[in-house]
Structure formats: C-alpha cells, structure tokens
Design a protein. Structure first.
Ligand SMILES: Cc1ncc(COP(=O)(O)O)c(C=O)c1O
Length: 380
C-alpha cells in the first residue's frame, strides 16, 4: 500500500541521505567513547568536534559556543532554567509569549512554583509579538526574555533582532527557540543578537533525540547536568556521538542549499494554498502572518468543520496535523490559535500542512485533490 503523502515536516523530518551516510560508520564500527585516551576514542572525539563546527558555521558562532543536547526541549530547559538559576541574585522575572511551544511555557510554569515571575505577552491576529509590549513588560528584576524565532503551528516569525536590541540595551539576556527555523530560513546568532538559541535536530533531517544550544561566550547559565564534565561541563554524560554526527551533517547541507530549499518549499506551499483557495474559496482561511512566515508552513482553517474529522477522511492519503483536538464532547483549540484570537468556527477546523525538501509538485497536486474532496464531502 502506498504511504500517505507526508505534509508534516514541522512535526518531524525524514533523515537526509547525507545524514545517514555520515552516521553509518558510528553505527557500524566507530563505537569508541570520545573521552577515551586510547585509539578508539580518537575518531569519535574528532567527529563530535567536527559536528560542533558544522553547527556553529550554520548559526554563525564559534564552535565552543555550541553545546549538544537531546533536542529542542532540553535546549529550552537548559537556557531558561539555567539563566533563572544563575541570575537568581539579580532578579526573578522572565518575559515570554503566549504562543511558545510547551517546551518554553511549561518550563516557565515550573519556575513559577520556585518563585520566578513570568509575563506571557499576547500576540496579534497574525501571531506577532509587539516589541513595544516587550518594552512595557520589562521590570528592574527582569533577567531573561525568551521569544521564539518561529511558531511551529502557524509559522509566524517574530521580530527577534528588534527584541534582542531592546534586551541588550537594558542588560537583559535573550533566548530564542529556533527549533522550527534552523534549516528552513537563515538563522544567524550574531545578526539576531541573541545570547541563547535552541536547535532541534529532527526538524532539519537529523535524528530525533539530538539538538544543540548556542550559549554566547559572555553568558553563563547554570550547568544542565552534573557529572563527568563532558560538553565543557555544561552537560555531563557520554556524548550521543552517532546523532551528533548526524546533526552536524544536517547543518552542513542545510547551509549549502538554504536558498534553493527556501524557494522549493515556498513554491510548493503556495501552490497548495492557491489550489485550495481556488477549489474551496472562502471556506478556507490562512492562519499566521501572510509574509513573515516560515516558507514551508501553511495553517488553514476550514470553516465550521472539525479538524479531526477532515484528518479521518484524508488520513490514508495525506499526513497533516490538526490545530484542534476532539475530546468526547468538546473540541479543544490549540493555545496558539486561541492566543491569536482565531474565531472558533475556523480554529476548530484548522489543519497544518508543512512541506519539506523531499516534497514534490505531484504530491502537492494529489494532496490538494484529496483535501478538497474531503472538505466538500463534510459540507465545507
Ligand atoms: C518550536 C518548538 N520548540 C521546541 C520543540 C521541541 O523539540 P524536541 O522535539 O526536539 O524536544 C518543538 C518540537 O515540535 C518545536 O516545534
């Protein structure tokens, strides 16, 4: 049986062939521990350091500003909890926004139990944070601003450089969760002016369970994991060599082909969008900013329909994500769509289609036909 067309690249990505090839020796025979001083430790140690350089090159930082982690969630935890702990004597207030991933929002919630205050800023109808709101929220005790680079559900990209300029002028550290952006758009930590930035490997064709945290040299969050001192003491534990090698290669190829990948993804995303608008007219509406948006992300609300019902109809042919979840007799709309103030009759029928490097025009045209037929069948 043919597999459904994969339009959930924001959920996760397949492994790039180059990533598989780079990892293979470390699966097959380079099993050594990078900390070993004997022969078997040499190749793994060199491979980890090469990967560090590959990640650093993509983000435009020094290799020793990169710490490998288990993924986006850990990177966010390290950045936020680490700064809260390290700056405890200076203040206890963090600013974030209402459409962050749970890997930021839940960290803030956990810190609140420890006496850290958080301000969760609103977003506008397109999902944008207003830098003026950030400025107003700053207090003498603010120690960290954490605003995502791009949103996973609707793709809206935040004015991070503007917000970080504000943070710097007040001497406040700034973190951005770039899990969805790295590999899809240019992410340059110097141009952004951020102190900490999170990367998730499985969003850019590397395996699940590996990521990175950029920590600017001048910033000192508390250590994440205590032990034998790997990762220069930031994160103890024997390195996940296999996947770190995969992440390094994923970053290298992302950097080489960034512009052509952007135009490929944007072309296909817009082809799907236009096709569905042509077929369904004002039964469907875009969520997220029309321009300031990841080039691969299309969040569409289908008026009056339930997202889970559409997914049931299309599930054998197309893999996409819902913006609302059905429980026995209620529909729970995602916190992102709620925060953006998307009308319930659109929000409950929202699907996220996210294309990737491997997506083809033929797949997009088939997906369009399948979605159009399902929406019409359900009365949309
Ligand atoms: C914006 C954002 N941040 C963080 C994460 C978590 O990353 P990971 O799955 O690597 O823990 C995700 C994953 O969906 C994400 O989209």
């Amino acid at each position: 049986m043919a597999r459904p067309i994969y339009l959930d690249y924001n959920g996760t990505t397949p492994h790039a062939p180059e990533v598989i090839a780079a990892m293979r020796p470390f699966l097959e025979h380079e099993f050594g521990n990078p900390s070993s001083s004997h022969w078997y430790g040499i190749a793994p140690k060199q491979a980890v350091e090469k990967a560090r350089q590959q990640v650093a090159r993509l983000l435009n930082c020094a290799a020793d500003e990169i710490v490998f982690t288990s993924g986006g969630t850990e990177s966010n935890n390290h950045a936020i909890k680490g700064m809260a702990a390290a700056l405890r004597d200076r203040g206890n207030h963090i600013i974030t926004c209402s459409i962050e991933h749970p890997a930021v929002l839940e960290v803030c919630r956990a810190l609140e139990a420890d006496g850290v205050a958080t301000t969760c800023l609103p977003v506008d109808h397109d999902g944008l944070v207003d830098p003026a709101d950030v400025e107003k929220a700053i207090r003498p005790e603010t120690i960290l601003i954490s605003i995502m680079h791009s949103n996973n559900e609707v793709g809206t990209m935040q004015p991070v450089a503007e917000i970080s300029a504000l943070a710097r002028s007040r001497g406040i550290a700034i973190h951005t969760d770039a899990a969805q952006s790295v590999g899809k758009v240019a992410v340059d930590v110097r141009a952004l002016g951020v102190d900490l930035l999170s990367v998730a490997g499985h969003k850019l064709y590397a395996p699940k369970g590996v990521g990175a945290l950029y920590i600017r040299k001048s910033v000192q969050p508390a250590k994440f994991c205590h032990g034998a001192g790997q990762e220069r003491g930031w994160r103890a534990g024997t390195e996940n060599v296999l996947e770190i090698v995969g992440l390094g290669m994923a970053c290298e190829i992302a950097g080489e082909n960034l512009e052509s990948n952007i135009s490929h993804m944007q072309g296909l995303r817009d082809r799907l969008h236009q096709g569905l608008v042509d077929d369904l007219g004002d039964t469907c509406a875009l969520n997220g900013h029309p321009e300031k948006r990841l080039p691969n992300t299309l969040s569409l609300g289908f008026k009056g329909l339930a997202a889970t019902r559409i997914l049931e109809e299309i599930g054998l042919d197309v893999a996409a994500s819902p913006g609302a979840a059905c429980h026995s007799d209620t529909v729970e709309i995602s916190h992102v769509l709620q925060a953006m103030g998307i009308d319930r009759q659109w929000a409950m029928g929202t699907l996220r289609f996210s294309v990737g490097r491997m997506t083809t025009a033929e797949e997009i045209d088939r997906a369009r036909a399948v979605v159009t037929a399902a929406v019409r069948k359900l009365g949309g």
